[in-house]
Design a protein around this ligand. Structure first.
Ligand code: HEM
Length: 451
């Protein structure tokens, strides 16, 4: 905590006032999430500007869209069956374990980016080890220095001006390399849509096309038009980058911890498999001889109670965005958590790490207990829902929660229908500190065995 900063972790007079009440975002977001020098939706402070941009994209992120999209169906089948499960099959066949954290980042990136840009243009980081390593190294190696630019920007830029670098120069080079890698997907999608506005469903760049079309329809001037080869290039590119960065880290960490928890509980793995085998058809890999892979109705996957409880409990105790989500008190005087006379301009924030450990909402808060989500007492469930904050809340709540849940549930369902896992190396699996944070040891090594 700093002198002009408050941590508020109660629901009434806390979360409800700050987040549902729409306190504006802190400058932290612009410092951390700006790409190409252009503010993305994630960092917009002005409520109107933020909600206008969010509305442009929310249709393709809605649950009904995700569940019925032919693009998502095709990309789910390709990423789970053609790319992800064969790696576990190899582990089972050869007895060689797999490092899952990096693979799960790759899966989450492919799963989301093939929806974002279509199957043909999206990456294949699951199978392309070199490209995945390149991307993750550039993306994460800058993390230890971000404190200076996120939280001490004045000192950092003042010292930079007189030649003292708190953030090494190679961090800027990594940022440039990542921006270049990212914008190529946008340029390719632009070319695809110019040549054929209706490509095959599997190759349709759903998210890119949605924001591109909505911005063109909006009539809003493009501030970068003169320097760019096509309209709104940088506005769309900054959002596309943020969205896939938000997708791969959060979902990759969550899947890794979920597999860690399941690998320690053979009986729960068996119970989950029993539930997964009720799907019609079940997600069998390889498919029975002579049969094509056919996915069950995504709604049926979504509604499996034990699968849902296991994911929900992982999102609670291993929450992927554990750090404070900073907002600023607007003009006027405020009361928060029973404290009066809080002036304007104070950084206020709640953290899901803390909220998710409230023992009134979650008895035995430090225990990973999926059963707490199965048939709880209605009063207890209402308390749990108030304090469950994995997706944030209010107008800036996660836009990608439906595609994230869809993607994670299909990965888990595909794996545990067909395989069991045992831990080979889970050293330092505990969560690091940060706004987003994965396992301290940066790895989870598992051995897979076909059932
Ligand atoms: C396990 C997966 C995920 C978790 C736990 C998660 C969590 C969150 C949280 C807590 C926030 C609020 C952050 C804040 O206000 O500081 C957020 C916002 C956001 N998330 Fe996610 N997220 C996940 C996956 C995704 C995916 C797949 C996307 C892809 C589109 C995404 C895109 C975003 C964006 C763009 C925002 C900003 C929303 C806004 O400003 O209105 N997230 N996410």
């Amino acid at each position: 905590m700093a002198p002009n900063e408050l941590s508020v972790n109660c629901y009434e007079g806390g979360l409800k006032t700050i987040y549902t009440g729409g306190f504006p975002k802190h400058d932290f977001y612009a410092r951390r999430f700006t790409n190409y020098g252009v503010i993305p939706m994630f960092a917009m402070k002005d409520k109107e500007e933020h909600s206008t941009r969010k509305r442009m994209m929310s249709n393709v992120y809605s649950k009904s869209y995700v569940m019925s999209s032919p693009t998502v169906a095709a990309t789910t089948k390709a990423t789970v069956f053609d790319r992800y499960l064969p790696i576990m099959q190899r582990s089972s066949d050869t007895g060689k374990p797999v490092e899952m954290l990096s693979l799960n980042y790759g899966y989450s990136m492919d799963s989301f980016m093939t929806m974002q840009f279509g199957l043909k243009l999206g990456p294949n980081l699951i199978q392309n080890d070199e490209e995945r390593k390149w991307y993750l190294e550039h993306f994460f190696s800058r993390r230890p220095w971000m404190f200076w630019t996120d939280d001490m920007p004045t000192i950092e830029s003042w010292l930079r001006k007189i030649g003292i670098r708190l953030v090494p120069a190679w961090c800027d080079k990594s940022t440039e390399a990542l921006e270049k890698w990212q914008i190529k997907f946008c340029d390719d999608a632009e070319k695809l849509l110019e040549e054929d506005p209706n490509p095959p469903a599997a190759d349709y760049p759903v998210v890119y096309a949605q924001e591109r079309a909505q911005l063109r329809k909006s009539g809003r001037p493009d501030p970068y038009a003169d320097s760019q080869p096509y309209p709104y290039r940088l506005d769309v590119a900054t959002d596309m980058y943020d969205h896939n960065a938000a997708a791969h880290e959060t979902s990759g960490d969550t899947l890794t911890w979920l597999y860690y928890e399941l690998s320690r509980r053979p009986q729960l793995m068996a119970d989950l498999r029993k539930e997964l085998m009720t799907l019609n058809p079940p997600l069998l890999f390889p498919p029975p001889a002579g049969q094509e892979i056919k996915l069950p109705d995504p709604k049926a996957v979504d509604q499996l109670p034990l699968l849902d409880a296991i994911l929900q409990e992982t999102l609670r105790i291993w929450t992927a965005v554990p750090g404070g989500q900073p907002r600023v008190t607007p003009p006027g005087v405020h009361t928060l958590a029973g404290y009066d006379n809080i002036p304007a301009g104070v950084r206020v924030q709640a953290a899901s790490y803390t909220l998710h450990r409230n023992p009134d909402a979650f008895p035995d808060p430090l225990e990973w207990k999926p059963e707490r989500w199965l048939n709880p007492d209605p009063k207890q469930l209402s308390e749990m829902r108030h304090y469950f904050w994995a997706w944030g809340s209010g107008g800036a709540m996660c836009i990608g929660s439906n595609i994230a849940v869809h993607s994670m549930k299909h990965a888990i369902a595909g794996l545990y229908t067909n395989f069991t896992s045992t831990i080979v190396d889970s050293a330092d699996i505990d969560q690091a500190e940060g706004f987003t944070a994965g396992p301290k040891g940066n790895k989870l090594v598992l051995q897979w065995k076909h059932v």
